[in-house]
Design a protein. Structure first.
Length: 192
């Protein structure tokens, strides 16, 4: 369910050494399955362990996951990265905003999943997002841009060189192209 790198495991062991005996970590998702989903890690003292928690055992500690968060933490990873600016824990949970769909799910669901797990997180750095409006009979994914993407001067490049390329590579033979139906209005919300 969750992969924790050796560096992150060592960091958790160090942090937990200053906590009361029997304290674990808890990995969770707030508002799982929504666009507002946020992942977190906290201490989990023995009296905070719930009966329906899943316990994941690691080297020197356990990670507790509540029942509601579990399906949204599939393929999640935690790492401890050190660079010129210092050290930090990174938690990546590609399924937090939308539960992973099976390979034989309807095309619309598979595209929605890719948008939520891969494309929108990339656009979020500019305050933008996209939404699937429909898939036409001739295999064109009709998209609506929102947030900072609406009115951005680079939206055509993002659409053709980024989003369309990603979607066509992921769904060859099922999609033939993408189309933007957004009424772009430049304003203070647009990414500059």
């Amino acid at each position: 369910m969750i992969t924790i790198s050796e560096a992150a495991q060592a960091h958790f062991v160090k942090l937990l050494s200053d906590q009361p005996e029997g304290t674990h970590i808890r990995v969770f998702v707030i508002s799982p399955g929504t666009a507002q989903a946020e992942c977190g890690v906290s201490y989990c003292p023995p009296d905070a362990v719930e009966a329906d928690d899943t316990e994941l055992e690691f080297n020197g500690f356990s990670a507790m996951v509540d029942e509601k968060s579990a399906p949204f933490l599939e393929e999640a990873s935690i790492d401890y990265v050190t660079d010129q600016l210092g050290s930090q824990l990174t938690l990546k949970a590609p399924n937090a905003k939308m539960r992973k769909v099976s390979d034989d799910a309807p095309l619309t669901e598979r595209i929605e999943y890719m948008i939520q797990s891969e494309i929108n997180p990339q656009l979020a750095s500019h305050g933008g997002n996209i939404m699937l409006v429909e898939i036409t009979e001739d295999g064109i994914a009709v998209l609506q841009f929102g947030g900072g993407c609406n009115g951005c001067s680079m939206v055509d490049v993002t659409l053709k060189d980024g989003i369309e390329k990603q979607l066509l590579e992921q769904f060859p033979g099922e999609l033939t192209g993408v189309k933007d139906v957004t009424e772009h209005q430049h304003g203070a919300h647009s990414y500059q």
